[in-house]
Design a protein around this ligand. Structure first.
Ligand code: KG4
Ligand code: ZN
Length: 352
């Protein structure tokens, strides 16, 4: 089964050819980082225009790199939720046009669910039941996974996603967009002290499997820029200047490392609670952009070693948004009987 995957939910235009749901023959990703950098985040209108420019060359490249003819494609899989509507519509329209013109079926894939599938590319089926963890720029959720297609959400963030917190903290430190990888590199510099600042690790209520990252982000903001003046003094000059030490490179490095430690610690705390709810859990499946984070990868492995689980985590190329995960999961959905028609719509929220 030769599947063409198409992904355009946010600021990456991607296409990929995957055989039998596992073997990646090509994976092409066109990023738009530079276009959004000056705005400090993704601008939806700019993103959809860039998708329009990239989509056909990216699809052509993916087919050419896979060494196949367009006529050999058996199925089109497309990420149709969640995401920016204007962005999703570009990939979805391309997928519909190809499905119709080639006369092959099309399946719509949930992008968040696909992040959980990314670790299964290039390897055999994991053992179930499993715990699932999606850590990305838009989502932070824990799942009970009974099979590649049977996924039940147990908890998710009540405010910021973990990747969003990485990006915002990187912006506070002036590291640029997207901040996650830059912050990861800064925290890994020799001499970085991850205990320099005691940033809060959100636990929420005793049994909660939800996450919260806004308090951690604010704690970093206050540490870097100083606390705002107490309300009673606001607007009454002279406003006391927040006293903050200069943001030297050394201080930034320690803030980055301490933030990262707190952010990742919240994940292992919730996984520790979640494993109690999944009897006979055999595997931990992790996905999403933040699964590229060096500390997160080490801590996930440590968690698995402690609990006797096998860790399934994507190869570096399949952590952030890509179309191979869409094609792979699309193959599985099609095998289970799903076929969508030209009425398939773009949906802003996840169903996962
Ligand atoms: O999965 P993804 O590409 O997009 C969404 O579905 O949201 O994730 C992007 C997120 C961004 O917030 C980015 O900063 C973060 O993943 N990210 C990282 C690293 N690489 C990407 N965060 C921390 N450390 C990294 N090495
Ligand atoms: Zn994603």
């Amino acid at each position: 089964m030769i599947v063409l995957g198409i992904e355009s939910s946010c600021d990456e235009t991607a296409a990929s050819v995957v055989m039998d749901g596992r073997e990646v023959r090509s994976s092409v990703v066109a990023s738009q980082y530079e276009l959004h950098e000056e705005f400090g985040g993704v601008v939806p209108e700019i993103a959809s225009r860039a998708h329009e420019q990239h989509i056909l060359p990216v699809v052509r490249d993916a087919i050419a790199q896979a060494g196949i003819e367009q006529s050999e494609i058996d199925l089109i899989a497309v990420g149709h939720r969640p995401g920016l509507i204007g962005s999703l519509l570009v990939g979805l329209s391309a997928a519909k046009a190809m499905s119709w013109s080639l006369g092959v079926p099309m399946v719509g894939v949930d992008h968040v669910h696909a992040h959980l599938y990314a670790g299964m590319l290039g390897r055999e089926e994991p053992q179930y039941p499993a715990l699932g963890l999606v850590i990305s720029g838009g989502h932070t959720s824990i799942y009970e996974v009974r099979s590649a297609l049977k996924v039940k959400r147990l908890g998710s963030t009540i405010d910021d996603a973990i990747g969003e917190a990485f990006d915002k903290v990187a912006a506070i430190l002036g590291l640029g967009h997207p901040g996650g990888p830059k912050l990861d590199a800064l925290a890994a510099e020799p001499g970085a002290n991850d205990r320099a600042f005691d940033f809060p690790v959100s636990r929420l209520s005793k049994d909660s499997l939800d996450f919260s990252y806004s308090g951690l982000k604010t704690a970093v903001l206050y540490e870097a820029k100083g606390k705002p003046a107490p309300p009673a003094l606001r607007g009454k000059p002279p406003l006391p200047k927040p006293e903050v030490p200069e943001l030297t490179h050394e201080r930034m490095r320690d803030i980055a490392a301490s933030f990262q430690r707190a952010a990742v610690r919240a994940l292992t705390i919730k996984l520790g609670r979640a494993i109690e709810r999944v009897e006979g859990c055999r595997t931990l499946i992790v996905g999403g952009g933040v699964s590229a984070n060096s500390l997160a990868r080490r801590e996930m492995q440590r968690f698995c070693d402690e609990h006797g689980l096998e860790l399934i985590i994507p190869q570096m190329g399949y952590c952030v948004d890509n179309a191979a995960m869409i094609a792979g999961l699309g193959d599985r959905l099609h095998a289970s009987g799903q076929v969508d028609d030209l009425n398939l719509s773009a949906v802003p929220t996840t169903g996962c």
